[in-house]
Design a protein around this ligand. Structure first.
Ligand SMILES: Cc1cc2nc3c(=O)[nH]c(=O)nc-3n(C[C@H](O)[C@H](O)[C@H](O)COP(=O)(O)OP(=O)(O)OC[C@H]3O[C@@H](n4cnc5c(N)ncnc54)[C@H](O)[C@@H]3O)c2cc1C
Ligand SMILES: Cc1cc2nc3c(=O)[nH]c(=O)nc-3n(C[C@H](O)[C@H](O)[C@H](O)COP(=O)(O)O)c2cc1C
Ligand code: SF4
Length: 614
């Protein structure tokens, strides 16, 4: 049986194990495409932790093909010193490749003249030569996820009528020519891989029927490995599957491809638990197994998996907040790992003895407590409820969200292991601070559900999302959910499982704000299938008995009748304790207690506050 820890050869290059860091644009290079310290450190943290092969995220080969503001460039010789330095640093620990890319944005294949094709194709060749000169082990042609080479290969995008369009052989031509030209320029010893979307998951797109053939052609054309990805922009939930898509869903494509070719095949796609990561290799789905987000969430994911330290892994919860950062032009950030972007900066020990009392065992309080204790502070953490995790305990209840329990478990484990004294089931009061004599008090007391003051409302039938989501069962009756944010949508989905009639109204025409499209689209499909009646631009005005008065585009009408109403209209910070304390003690508010937001802010503010202790 082959294992993840086993070595593998690609050409004459020996790889120390079969783990791969899949290409990711972290959007932290210079505006000019240069390697920055932040960029180098992001990769160095992962290289040092046993990854066998790091493939740097899409680097643009030509300025016209730049897709992100702070994307890595490999399009001019001026970038060589930075790249050389990067390769030298990473090569001490791992094999290093770079993905060569050209993002043609809105320009489809028919917009490219033959001279454009020649120019951009030779840009790939020049970039490959640069990569070889810098000491990279490999280049990977980015032929998936809506990039230029994918556009030509795909019947969904390619509507040319010349020799670059039409039948598969023609659509493959650009890729074939690019491989031949790169191979000729870079020589036989250099590794040349190709990344494909094995299935684009759109009606007229590429499917395995064609890509398995393409796989054979790629081998004949001189490719040294194929990375079997999936999806395109509009089916991005297949590329980076969110929590609602099962782990390893792309592995069957890698397995099928592996049976068609004799070059190594890389499998990918939510291999974010050590079991499935190992199994990708041991069950012969793929020759190498790649992870992207698991390594964002925990740079030591590979090392911990190889060492069998599964329980020490900080779990990626597949929320795709990282993708949202990238796609809104921000640097890569992670909901659960506050150190992304400062990956190798040390967490310095405190210079003096410090006692800190933390109130609230949600993500903010736990994150603060663990990091402060790591710095040497004496930390005591109070949580009034009998469980840890704060609002995540209800946040994990809607379908597909149980992965959030893994996050709670990890946060609690980290706090305990760093020496935090924990007091579960104990409410902190002003009295507590009197007896504790702490140097600092951190209030991570979370948020409280907002309720609208609506006339005519029979408050007996009013619930908060928390009350609904915590219930083992819900009363049968007709439900009105007011508020189409993420919490409202998820509460409606949860209710729909009990087969009760639900109407969800949202005042604006935007629903699910803050949720990445890969999750939002699937959630909207599910609530539609669950029979939820979703009404946008609908504002609740008042109630008359069981009937709701609403305003829709300046017209008032009645909806109903309803037996129950759920207010999912937002939260306000829980400042009860802060107000009781006044300025008697030095306090700092973090997470939802400062402003209701999400897990990302809670965890990162906890970390920041711990770093700021003096
Ligand atoms: C239904 C729902 C779904 C959600 N889904 C998501 C999601 O999918 N993704 C996401 O990013 N965010 C989600 N959120 C938001 C996210 O859960 C919060 O932003 C996050 O939990 C805030 O963390 P926190 O530690 O600041 O506060 P909380 O998690 O609210 O923790 C505060 C803790 O303080 C305790 N506490 C309060 N007062 C005292 C006291 N006096 N003494 C002791 N303990 C006290 C409370 O019991 C609680 O455990 C969701 C929220 C809800 C309600
Ligand atoms: C932030 C981010 C950036 C990505 N950038 C690239 C990229 O540059 N090139 C690419 O082929 N895939 C890219 N991907 C897709 C990943 O390489 C990977 O195939 C996908 O996320 C599934 O793997 P995972 O479940 O381990 O995250 C990116 C994914 C993320 C989350
Ligand atoms: S932001 Fe979410 S999906 Fe991305 S790496 Fe972090 S936990 Fe995983």
């Amino acid at each position: 049986m082959t294992n993840l820890s086993d070595q593998i050869h690609i050409k004459d290059h020996l790889f120390k194990n079969r783990s791969v860091m899949a290409p990711m644009v972290p959007n932290i290079a210079g505006q000019d495409g240069s390697v920055t310290e932040e960029y180098l450190n992001f990769y160095l943290a992962r290289a040092r932790a046993h990854v066998g092969f790091i493939i740097l995220g899409a680097a643009y080969v030509h300025l016209d093909g730049k897709g992100f503001e702070r994307q890595l460039g490999i399009h001019n010789d001026g970038l060589l010193p930075g790249l050389e330095n990067l390769v030298q640093s990473l090569s001490k620990h791992t094999r290093v490749g770079v993905q060569l890319s050209f993002k043609s944005l809105d320009k489809l294949p028919e917009s490219f003249s033959l001279s454009d094709i020649r120019e951009y194709r030779s840009a790939f060749v020049r970039a490959a030569i640069r990569a070889k000169e810098c000491g990279f082990d490999a280049v990977e042609l980015h032929a998936c996820h809506d990039y230029w080479l994918n556009y030509f290969l795909s019947p969904h995008f390619n509507h040319r009528s010349d020799t670059y369009g039409g039948i598969l052989e023609n659509r493959f031509r650009l890729l074939k020519e690019t491989i031949a030209a790169v191979r000729e320029a870079a020589g036989d010893a250099f590794i040349l891989g190709v990344r494909l979307s094995m299935d684009e998951f759109v009606e007229d797109g590429l499917t395995a029927f064609e890509t398995l053939t393409v796989g054979r052609w790629l081998e004949n054309a001189g490719a040294d490995y194929i990375s079997a990805s999936g999806g395109i922009g509009i089916t991005q939930h297949r590329m980076s599957p969110p929590m609602e898509v099962e782990r390893g869903s792309l592995l069957p494509f890698a397995r099928a491809l592996k049976q068609m070719v004799s070059i190594p095949v890389i499998g990918v796609g939510r291999l974010d638990q050590p079991g499935i990561f190992r199994e990708a290799i041991s069950s012969e789905h793929a020759d190498l197994a790649a992870v992207a987000r698991a390594l964002v969430a925990d740079p030591k994911y590979v090392a911990k998996t190889l060492e069998g330290r599964d329980k020490d892994i900080r779990p990626c919860v597949a929320c795709n907040f990282c993708l949202m950062c990238l796609q809104s032009g921000e640097p890569l950030r992670c909901a659960v790992n506050p150190r992304v972007g400062r990956d190798i900066s040390p967490v310095p020990p405190l210079k003096r003895k410090l006692k800190v009392v933390v109130v609230g065992g949600g993500p903010a309080g736990l994150s603060f407590a663990a990091h402060a204790a790591l710095r040497g502070a004496e930390v005591k953490l109070y949580e009034k409820k009998p469980v840890w995790g704060g609002a995540i305990n209800v946040g994990k209840r809607p379908p597909f969200k149980d992965v959030l329990q893994d996050l709670i478990d990890h946060l609690v484990k980290s706090a305990k292991e760093s020496g935090v004294e924990i007091q579960k089931g104990r409410e902190a009061t002003v009295e507590t601070f009197r007896s504790e004599a702490a140097d600092k008090i951190i209030l991570a007391t979370g948020a409280i559900n907002l309720e609208l003051q609506i006339s005519g409302l029979d408050t007996r039938g009013v619930f908060s999302p928390e009350e609904i989501l915590s219930a083992a069962n819900v009363a049968s009756g007709r439900y009105l959910v007011a508020g189409g944010g993420t919490v409202g949508l998820e509460t409606a989905e949860f209710l729909a499982e009990f087969r009760v009639p639900i109407t969800l109204i949202e005042m604006t025409d935007i629903v699910g704000q803050g949720l990445h499209s890969t999750r939002l689209n699937l959630l909207l499909e599910r609530i539609k299938r669950g029979g939820v009646k979703l009404m946008k631009k609908t504002r609740l005005i008042s109630f008359e008995g069981k009937m709701a008065q609403v305003e829709i585009q300046e017209r008032t009408m009645q909806l109903g009748p309803f037996d129950f109403i759920v207010f999912a209209v937002g939260f306000r910070s829980n400042r009860k304790l802060a107000e009781a304390i006044g300025n008697k003690y030095p306090v700092e508010l973090i997470g939802d207690a400062a402003q209701p937001r999400s897990i990302y802010e809670a965890i990162s503010e906890g970390f920041e506050a711990a770093l700021n202790l003096k």
